[in-house]
Design a protein around this ligand. Sequence first.
Ligand code: SF4
Length: 232
Amino acid sequence: MSPTRRRRLTPPRTLPVPIDYIFEKLEPLYGPIEWRPRYNALDELIFTVLTQHTSDLNAERAFDELRRRIPTWGEVIEADNAAVTSAIQSGGLANQKSVRIQNILLEIVRRHGALELEFLKGFEVDAAREWLTELPGVGPKTAAVVMAFALGMPAIPVDTHIHRVSGRLGLIREGTSADDAHVVLEKIVEPQDRFNLHVLLITHGRKICKARRSLCGDCPVADRCPSRGKFG
Ligand code: SF4
């Protein structure tokens, strides 16, 4: 690993906006936060593949249609690829996603012998992430979504909002990729706080710390933020 990459995998020496301060200011605004699984872990994984490069709404339509036309994951493996592609059209990139989904399911059967992922609950976070990211087309974000949303494990999925807000708040060093940010944020956030921080930062990114124009005048952490006014 290059020294530059190693540096980006470590958090800044001091955080300009401490994690406690983020909770103190953002939780009253966006809370209370409650963890509730959306799907079982395998369904969550396939759903997350469908969300890639499209909205959750389109992904939900594609997921529901796939389940309606081909009700079990075992049948999806056996199905003609064209049938899977046709079922998930509304999710976009259907040709690529149908191949990815069938390959993932096949690989799970090959490695685990069953079409389920609940067994990962017994793994350490790093081991579960490693198991998931060794599946074809599954990166750190998709793995973290499955762990955080379906398995109740202390992972922080880093999407575009969380990557942007973490960078602006100085939680990650400049130039840290979204993939590397998963590792860095887990180093500075206690396990029991990770899911809630994920929700707070993603909500903050959508509502106030927006990509094109941050609304710093409305931001409750502006007094400590090193990026205040830079993106407004
Ligand atoms: S002060 Fe501005 S840049 Fe900083 S977190 Fe708030 S909205 Fe984002």
